[in-house]
Each structure stands twice: as structure tokens, then as C-alpha cells.
Design a binder for this molecule. Sequence first.
Ligand SMILES: Cc1cc2nc3c(=O)[nH]c(=O)nc-3n(C[C@H](O)[C@H](O)[C@H](O)COP(=O)(O)OP(=O)(O)OC[C@H]3O[C@@H](n4cnc5c(N)ncnc54)[C@H](O)[C@@H]3O)c2cc1C
Length: 397
Amino acid sequence: MKGSRISIVGGGIGGLSAALALQDFGYRVSVFEQTRELREIGAGVVITPNAMHALNFLGVGERISKEAGPTEAYLIRHFQTGEVIKIRANGTDYVERFGATYHQVHRADLHAALAAAIVQNDPDCVFLNHCFETLTQNSEHVAATFTNGKTYTSDVLIGCDGGASKVRACVFGDEVVNYTGQVAFRALVPMANLPPGVMKIPYAMFVGLNRAVLHYPLRHRTIMNVIAMAREPKWQEEGWAAPATIEELARLHSDFHPDALALMHAISPGTLFKWGLRDREPLRQYTKGRVTMLGDAAHPMTPFLGQGACVAIEDAMVLGRAFAAASTFAEAFSTYENTRKERANGVQLASRQQADEIQGVTKRGVNPGATADDRGLYLYNPVTAALAPASVKGGSL
Ligand SMILES: Cc1cc2nc3c(=O)[nH]c(=O)nc-3n(C[C@H](O)[C@H](O)[C@H](O)COP(=O)(O)OP(=O)(O)OC[C@H]3O[C@@H](n4cnc5c(N)ncnc54)[C@H](O)[C@@H]3O)c2cc1C
């Protein structure tokens, strides 16, 4: 298998992590990304111990930790009274419990660390401005065609092109996609612009009645990441970058605590974006012939457990290990899928459940739901988790 050609479609967090893991085990990869520049949107992402294990193994953990800064405990607050309902652990507690820390990271920093590492391994591995269109596969290779008219053949292809994956549609056909009736907003606010109330409790999530507002600092407390979620019956765009107004955000949360509203009003006009949350049924299989799926392309999930990127990184780590352990591509894909499907699809379904819990109100008041930590999700270590045996031995690939 060494010396083979491996195509990765999509250069997001999942695709770059997969590229790095495969390179780490001695494989050469080509990453095809539709954008003209390799970059991520301006937003935060929580990277929890389960994913940090893999990033540490792949040699980028230290850079990410340094750029993010220490993680403090964050507080879950009642959306109206601001009362603290639950306190989550801080970074040191996580190291003691799981052997790896927890970081709130600027997505661009995580993405840049992964990109720098793969390009250092192989300066020619990234193909920008390559928007995947379709593929064909036969007993010898898989051929991917891009909208720029180019076609590349490889031994295998990994679809990492996100929640609206074209690779998945090509391989598994079109599927039902449900708009969840929920819209998410995102913004970054310089810490210097924040009112004192918000500064007193910088790591917090307000939960209550069909809505949640989450905020946490990035880059050593220089920028505040703001995420808000609310019910919005009207169909919303899927992309991450539809412009939104502070007025519509504040209107949807008008009964929230003054700290939450002050935070919303500190957002500069033109820097607030929204997108509609979609939900898809878990894939019954990830692999067909020479093609497999990874990250959101395999298991797109709602963001309520903050695990989509972490699970994509876990996938990547296990994929690299499966390649290292196998003697054929068929075996490698089978081990990868058998090891990952239950875990990743399970997190996908748990995220759906958490959406209902966190946004509801029980008789006892608002419901913080069971966090990813409460659900034991951080106990998984993709570097050491047992690989499931392949369902095929040898195989024609
Ligand atoms: C509000 C919100 C908050 C979140 N917070 C967290 C969090 O705190 N922690 C966490 O772990 N996860 C979080 N997530 C989930 C996380 O962002 C995703 O799960 C993660 O980005 C998935 O990575 P990916 O690489 O699989 O897909 P993507 O990030 O979607 O990347 C796909 C890549 O493929 C490219 N692409 C798409 N189509 C094509 C094509 N046809 N041809 C070529 N390239 C293509 C795209 O340009 C992109 O670069 C959050 C999600 C949301 C919506």
C-alpha cells in the first residue's frame, strides 16, 4: 500500500487531520479543496481531551495549546436570572481525569497548525480551487472530476467535504435532509469592547426555553467567541456565512439576562453571521469500494455537544492506524469503518438528543442536559482505542 495514491476531498479540520495522520504513518496524500485559499471561518471550536490525544500524537497539540491559552471552568447559567446551574471543569481537571487537556481554540489557528504540518511533510500535497463534482470507480482506481475540468485518479478516495458532502451523494445517493427548525448565530468580539458584566463571567452558557447563548474567550482572552441558537421555523441557509443583524439576534433572545443581551449589543455590525442547522440520519455504511467518508461528510451532527470537529479528528487518527495495520486498502477501510461507526454515529444521535434537552424547560426549571463529559465521551482515546477486526481479509483493493 505504501507508494499508493490517496485522494482526500475537502481541506477542513477533518480532511487536514486525515492527511496528517496518513502522512504520519508513511502515506502520500493529495488534498483537494474547493476554496482558493486554505483557511477556516472566524469562530471558536472546543477541542476536548478525546481529540487532543490525537493532536498531541500528530505533533500539533503543543502549538494549539500555546496559541489558545489555559482553559477555565465554564458556567451554565439560567437564561433569565443568570443564576449558575452547573460548573464545568477547567483544563487542569481534564488533564488529571483524561490525560489530555481541553481547549477553546480559534478555528483558524487549529486549521493553520494542521495545514502547516501537512505542507511541511509534503509541499505539493494541497490542490486549491478544486471543487469536487463527481467520481467513478472500477477494479483499478477511483477517478475524481472537479468543476475546473480536471480529473485525478487514485487508489482510494476519502470524502471529507463536510455536512453537504457531494462525495457522499455520489456514492450513497441523495438523502433526506431535515432543517431542524433551529438557527445558529456566530460572532467574534474583541474583549476590549465587552461590558463589565460579561467580563466577570467570561466562560458561560445561558440555557433556556428553546434557545441557548454560549460565549468563551479565545487566544489568551483577547477575543470573545459568541454562539447563539434559537428556533426559527423559516428555512435558513446551510452555509456558515449568511449575514445577520444584531436586532434579529436580540429580538429572538429579548427575555434573556442583561449580561447576554449586553454581549449581543457589543457585536459590531457586519460581523454577525447565521446558518440553519440540518440533521441527517446516520450512514449505515461509510465505505463503498475505493471510497470512504470521514468527519461531517460521514456523520454530520448538530452542534449541541460541541463534538463534530473532535469526532472528525478521532476518525482521522483511527484511519491512519487502520492503514498502518492493514495489508490491503479493503482491510484498512473495513477496520476503519468497523472501529468508528458505532462511536461516531452514537455521538451524532446524542447531539440530536442534547438539542431537545438543553433547549427545553423541565418542571424544575431550565435543563442543562447531559454534556459530552457527563455522557463519558471524553474517555475515548483514538490513539489507543482497540481497532475492530476487518470484516474482509486481503480483498481486491
Ligand atoms: C455552531 C457550531 C459550533 C460548533 N462547535 C464545535 C465545537 O466546539 N467542537 C467541535 O468539535 N465541533 C464543533 N462544531 C462542529 C464542527 O465545526 C464540524 O463538525 C467540523 O467543522 C467538521 O469538519 P469537516 O472537516 O468534516 O467538515 P467542514 O469543516 O465542513 O470542512 C469541509 C471542507 O470541505 C470543503 N468542501 C466542501 N465541498 C467541497 C467540494 N465539493 N469539493 C472540494 N472541497 C469541498 C469545504 O470548503 C471545507 O474546507 C460546531 C459546529 C457548529 C455549526
